[in-house]
Design a protein around this ligand. Structure first.
Ligand SMILES: Nc1ncnc2c1ncn2[C@@H]1O[C@H](COP(=O)(O)OP(=O)(O)O)[C@@H](O)[C@H]1O
Ligand SMILES: [Mg+2]
Length: 341
């Protein structure tokens, strides 16, 4: 966690009314459906929600890695406030395969996935893979790029880093591969690191080592992190602020401490009651949220959570609540905390 009070006036990324849809033969999947989100500089934002809520599509939209067709950003802005030049660039408007986006991807915004084998090439040595990324983004010789690879492997505290340079991904354990991914992601000093379920596939001990490592490296690199996870324990440990996603929309947003102590949206309350959260006192009575996330192809008139909500009122199935500031700095999209218009 980098700091307690975060100036909202110094964003690194501003997402405005983002919509990413998948146009299938028989239906349209509204995977991201009007997301507004600001990532302050040098902070960690936790993005949480059940499986299928649109977390990965969010990260792929920011990276412009949405497969098209069938996917498309149909609306909105993803504004990157560049570090060095103070320039603001709208990623949503860039050609995903163009030179500008290639510069941003990996160079300014990097991503770590849940499954490192998805991003590591099984046929190339670890050192070569990191060096290749460095050479793509920086004017350095191959020798310098390999030196940088070794430096990064040392930074992520891999055992015998020199030896690892010449090893192939399959020779490493899952935890080590995830360290390599982090080394790869941070090798070009990105200003934003997106970590999409980075530790989900790892056992608990390795998980907390990797999270500690990410925090340390963030301090070091002055980067912002978007930490995507369904694990609220991880979020409480790592994030400065939390955005809760439900069916392609942000339904609650607050500083982490505030969100955990005073959740406003019944969906957030449901999430908190359904998983054990580290540091919560006493016996925890766990209770899963009833029902399932509706398909993002279903037309929904009111609040998408209403059919599962223990507090649903008449208006909830009639009119969609808008995300608004209920308490200073704390936003929720819920009729319980809004005045019907
Ligand atoms: N390539 C695709 N084609 C069609 N639908 C997709 C595609 N990728 C994701 N989706 C849909 O978008 C929604 C959000 O998915 P995703 O972002 O992966 O969820 P999460 O990461 O929160 O578990 C899901 O309903 C998923 O089925
Ligand atoms: Mg996902």
């Amino acid at each position: 966690m980098s700091s307690l009070s975060i100036p909202a006036s110094d964003p690194i990324l501003e997402i405005k009314d983002l919509k990413t849809y998948f146009f299938l033969e028989k239906s349209t999947v509204r995977a991201i459906d009007g997301v507004n989100l600001t990532l302050p500089r040098k902070s960690t934002l936790g993005l949480v929600g059940e499986s299928g809520c649109g977390k990965s599509v969010m990260s792929m939209s920011i990276m412009r890695l949405i497969q098209s067709p069938p996917g498309k950003i149909v609306n909105g802005e993803i504004k990157l406030h560049r570090d060095k030049t103070n320039e603001v660039i709208d990623i949503a408007k860039l050609d995903p395969r163009g030179p500008e986006m290639r510069k941003i991807r990996g160079g300014e915004i990097a991503i770590v996935f849940q499954e490192p084998m998805m991003s590591l090439n099984p046929l190339f040595k670890i050192g070569e893979q990191i060096a290749e990324v460095v050479e793509l983004h920086q004017k350095v010789s191959h020798k310098e790029a390999l030196d940088r690879a070794l430096e990064m492997l040392t930074k992520v505290q891999i055992s015998a880093p020199k030896q690892r340079l010449n090893e192939y991904p399959h020779q490493l354990s899952g935890g080590m591969r995830q360290r390599v991914m982090i080394a790869l992601a941070l090798s070009c000093n990105p200003s934003i690191l997106i970590a999409d379920e980075p530790t989900t596939a790892l056992d608990v001990t390795v998980q907390s080592q990797i999270l500690d490592l990410m925090s340390e490296l963030q301090e070091d690199a002055n980067a912002s992190i978007i930490l995507i996870t369904h694990n609220l324990g991880v979020v409480s440990q790592m994030a400065d602020q939390v955005a809760v996603m439900y069916l392609g929309k942000i339904v609650e947003f607050a500083d982490t401490r505030e969100l955990f102590h005073k959740p406003l949206h019944p969906y957030t309350v449901g999430l908190l009651n359904s998983v054990p959260v580290l540091g919560r006192k006493g016996e925890q009575h766990l209770e899963p949220i009833k029902g399932m996330v509706p398909l993002p192809t279903d037309a929904i008139k009111g609040c998408a959570f209403a059919p599962r909500c223990p507090h649903a009122m008449k208006i909830c199935s009639e009119k969609q609540p808008i995300l608004r500031e209920v308490i200073p700095g704390h936003q929720a999209a819920c009729w319980l905390h809004d005045e019907p218009q």
